[in-house]
Every structure is written in C-alpha cells, then in structure tokens.
Design a protein around this ligand. Structure first.
Ligand code: SF4
Length: 322
C-alpha cells in the first residue's frame, strides 16, 4: 500500500448547546461522530454529503482550526491533536485550505501581492525579493499574469478569485490541500476550468487533496476514493469508480440517483430520500438514516450499524453484515 500522509481515528466533535439564565449545557450537537479514514500520499479523497453532515467540520478539525472533542489525527505520523502551538504552526505550512468563497478569505484592502505574500511572512520564508518573485511564479502557475499582483480582489471574477485562493494555498509548498467546496460558488463552465487546474497542479507539485463537496457529480472527476457522510458519520467509503458503479448504502444510492445525467434517454432509476435531514442535536437512534431509509429493518431503529469491510469497500449498514 502507498505511504499514508494522514490517518484519522475515532474523530469526534460535539458542540455544546447552552441556554437558560446561567448558560448551562443543555445538550450537544454531534457534528462529527466517530469518523475514521486515511489518505494516501498523492491521492485525492472526496468527502461528500448534504449540508450539515459534518464534512466541513471534519476539514476544519484536520487543520485544528477547531479542537476535536476526541480522536486522533496523524499527519506523517505526528499527532496533530496533541501538538503545541509552535509545532502546529510548522505543520500548517504543509496543510493548506482552499475555501468555497475565496472573496471572504481575501482581504479586500490588500493587493493580490500582499495577500499571496502573507503566508510566507507568517512562516518567515524568503527575503522580500524572493517572496515577490514567488508571488509572480504562483500567479503564472494558476493561469494569471504578473500584472495582476498589483490589483485588488474586487477587480477579479469569481473564477479568477478562486485561482488566487489556490495560489495562496500553494505559497508555502504544502503537501496536503483541503479543498472545501472549491467550485460550488462558480458557474458550471468555470467549475471545469478550476477542477482542471487543481488536477494539473496536483501532478506538478505532488499534492494530496481532501476534496469536500455536496456534489457527487463534481467529485467523480477528481477523486481516487470517496467517503460519504451522513449526520456526522462516515457511512460508506470506496474507490471512486467502485462507489459509482456498485454502491451499497441506501443513502449513497439515493445521492447518486440525484446526480444529473446529460443523456435525456437514460433509464437511470430514480430514488428519492424521504423527509428532511434530522437535527444533529437530536439524531435518530440506531442507524442515523433509518428515519428516511426505504429499506429500514427493525434492528436499524435500535442498533448503530458497524462498519463492514467488503474487500476495501467500507459500508455501515445492517444489510451488509458479511
Ligand atoms: Fe437503511 Fe438500516 Fe442500512 Fe440504515 S442500516 S441504511 S436504516 S437498511
């Protein structure tokens, strides 16, 4: 098996719900509930699910932008969850994020040059001259020109701003990029260009990606393996083509059925998920999907299904207990 870059074991993030006069804890939202996976060097792992499933919280936990309630995150065998502030600063050179809304992460009062230079200044990398040269090199890598360095974020289109967001992530020569819905805010025609750019720079800079998205259609073209989350839990994970051709979990099947196919004569079976996603503050007992599952069994209502390994294809469902 290729070398692992990241290993996540039993990761949990419970947010307390407080209320009343004294702000007492009244419950908790299980945003991420016992999630485990690994990422191999050089691969792209997709994490997919509806909004509120915990995928973005998982991304933020991996960078320790928020603290985990419990669980382990190992990056190159170093435990991120236990690192001191200075150790964490060092490892953050190697792990960068690309966000859905680049505009929100680009200071509108700073020029692109200042924005791109900032991560290098934070990490004490290079002289002023070297940093400026690196800014121009990275603009070139993401398909922009050196004259763009003197401009400001509002002078760019959404697609160009995402290219700047990607250039910013590349500045410290990271090993892992966590891309959280990186193309969701873009027009469909621009989405393909940004996805192609991500693919190209992956080869050029030997990057590993975690690609977070609500859209299984987008993820298919970029990911080697895909994990599906529902209500804070990872319910299925497999090689990308295996998942698309041979998914087991009723929730994954329903998500895949909702991906549009360009062929109007396609005989694709329509599967509908009934009802709304339950609140993570009050998740259903047993299998969290049982309130919406068309194949629900009695055991599903009381017992949480454990993860079954079907020759590397992981699924948490009582129908697959071999
Ligand atoms: Fe449906 Fe039961 Fe499987 Fe959950 S465990 S997905 S409720 S069949």
């Amino acid at each position: 098996m290729p070398e692992l870059l990241l290993e996540v074991n039993g990761l949990k993030k419970y947010f307390p719900i407080t209320g009343g006069l004294f702000g007492r804890k009244q419950g908790e939202v299980k945003a991420v509930d016992d999630v485990s996976f690994y990422v191999k060097k050089g691969e792209t792992l997709g994490i997919v699910g509806e909004s509120g499933c915990g995928k973005s919280t998982t991304g933020r936990l991996l960078m320790r932008l928020i603290e985990a309630s419990s669980g382990k995150i190992l990056f190159e065998d170093q435990e991120i969850t236990r690192m001191s502030k200075s150790e964490l600063r060092r490892v953050r050179r190697d792990i960068q994020m690309v966000f859905q809304d680049p505009y929100a992460s680009l200071n509108p009062r700073h020029s692109i040059e200042q924005i791109l230079e900032e991560p290098l200044i934070v990490h004490g990398i290079g002289t002023k001259e070297e940093r400026r040269r690196h800014v121009r090199d990275m603009l070139d890598v993401v398909g922009l020109s050196s004259y763009h360095a003197k401009r400001y974020p509002h002078q760019f289109s959404g697609g160009q701003r995402q290219r700047i967001g990607i250039a910013k992530a590349l500045m410290t020569k990271p090993k892992l990029i966590i891309a959280d819905e990186p193309v969701s805010a873009l027009d469909v025609s621009i989405q393909a260009q940004v996805l192609n750019l991500l693919k190209d720079i992956q080869n050029e800079f030997q990057l590993t990606y975690i690609f977070i998205s609500h859209d299984l259609g987008v993820v298919r073209h970029i990911c080697n393996r895909v994990g599906v989350m529902y209500l804070g839990r990872l319910i299925e994970l497999a090689e990308s083509e295996e998942l698309y051709q041979n998914s087991y979990h009723p929730y994954t099947k329903a998500l895949l059925a909702a991906v549009p196919i360009p062929d109007p004569d396609s005989k694709k079976e329509m599967i509908f998920i009934e009802g709304e996603m339950p609140s993570p503050a009050n998740p259903p007992s047993g299998c969290a999907f049982h309130t919406r599952c068309s194949q629900v069994l009695d055991i599903c209502k009381t017992t949480r299904p454990r993860e079954h390994d079907l020759k590397g294809h992981l699924v948490a469902c009582h129908l697959y207990n071999k």
